[in-house]
Design a protein around this ligand. Structure first.
Ligand code: 5GP
Ligand code: MN
Length: 326
């Protein structure tokens, strides 16, 4: 089906359904939450019964968003439509599929999306899934309320790191303007999503920054379970430290290794324009975008660091990292 036909079919299917469950990926980020609330609030306003389910719940940073308290960790009663948002593959949804099977609608912007749905609305040129939704919702006939606009703006601002990622385009700015006109408070959302940090998160950054290393064109660091315990940081993520690492001058790739329970390590890659790390992440069972990708890898910190650094070095050296044309 052509893109236009898929868009139309998705809109029709959303209107036809009565009970809709919306899912997104584990360790949800601002786009996962923003897209979920944006679509969820629009569907609710249109008279649908909506479940919003995230296996890891809503992180502290996004709990202030209107409707965030409606998001549950487990699916509710049977529904007649399941929609996946901002999620590149089924495994990333976590343990939320129960009765429903594979989501029928898959709306996303990851280039690594596996097109697992019956209707796959996947646009890798969209800077955020929330941007794609901001474009489609009015065409489908849904009204974006102030609360939905705030949520969608949260997604757009988060994934574009405040309109500065290399995939940024004029369309995204126009969509942001539409959201402002619908009542989204850009400065407040920008501050909350990207700048404000808890004291413990800043101390956690400190642990990671002290351990930072570099080699040729790569800069990296790690965060351990012990670091989190020491500073009393409650998440299992890097508190966005990778975005600080990736602002350091004169590197092609920034990497972070975050120790997880159960003998796993979460890895995040960030690259300078022209270097594509998405396939490197895919080779470790993960995925993402050309300039920002991640994977969760089984092994000790030392093992995973060795494997990932070796693969990253050799990909850079042999130039097997494809050029990012975007
Ligand atoms: P982050 O490194 O901030 O977790 O994620 C960067 C990008 O890579 C995001 O778009 C995210 O969805 C994707 N990503 C991160 N971890 C994984 C993973 O384990 N699997 C897949 N498929 N994508 C991931
Ligand atoms: Mn996204």
């Amino acid at each position: 089906m052509l893109d236009e036909a898929i868009r139309k079919a998705v809109g029709e299917r959303l209107w036809n359904a009565r009970q809709i469950r919306i899912l997104s990926h584990m360790r949800p980020d601002g786009d996962a939450i923003g897209s979920m609330l944006g679509l969820g609030l629009c569907l609710t306003a249109a008279g649908k019964t909506v479940q919003m389910v995230l296996t890891d719940g809503v992180p502290y940073t996004f709990r202030h968003l209107q409707g965030a308290d409606l998001i549950t960790k487990k699916p509710g009663e049977k529904v007649d439509l399941v929609v996946s948002l901002d999620c590149s593959d089924l495994g990333r949804l976590g343990d939320v599929l129960n009765d429903s099977g594979v989501p029928e609608i898959n709306i996303d912007h990851h280039i690594t999306n596996t097109n697992f749905g019956a209707l796959n609305l996947v646009d890798p040129e969209a800077v955020a899934t929330a941007a794609l939704l901001t474009e489609c919702l009015p065409d489908w006939g849904f009204t974006i309320s102030q609360e939905a606009a705030a949520a969608l703006m949260n997604g757009l601002v988060s994934d574009s790191l405040g309109f500065r990622t290399s995939n940024m385009n004029s369309k995204a700015l126009r969509l942001a303007a539409n959201l402002m006109e619908a009542g989204a408070n850009l400065p407040e959302i920008y501050n909350q999503a990207l700048l404000r940090r808890s004291y413990t998160a800043a101390r956690y950054w400190g642990a990671g920054l002290l351990r930072m290393q570099r080699e040729d064109r790569i800069v990296w660091t790690s965060l351990t379970l012990e670091d989190r315990q020491t500073v009393e940081y409650n998440g299992n993520d890097d508190a966005d430290l990778i975005n600080i690492l990736s602002t350091i001058d004169d590197f092609d790739i920034a990497l972070i290794f975050i120790e997880q329970r159960g003998g796993k390590v979460k890895v995040s890659w960030r690259s300078s324009p022209g270097v594509d790390v998405s396939q490197l992440a895919v080779s470790f069972g993960g995925g993402g975008h050309p300039a920002a990708a991640g994977a969760e890898i089984t092994g000790t910190m030392e093992e995973v660091q060795q494997q990932v650094l070796t693969a990253t070095r050799s990909a850079l050296a042999t130039g097997t990292i494809p050029e990012n044309q975007g």
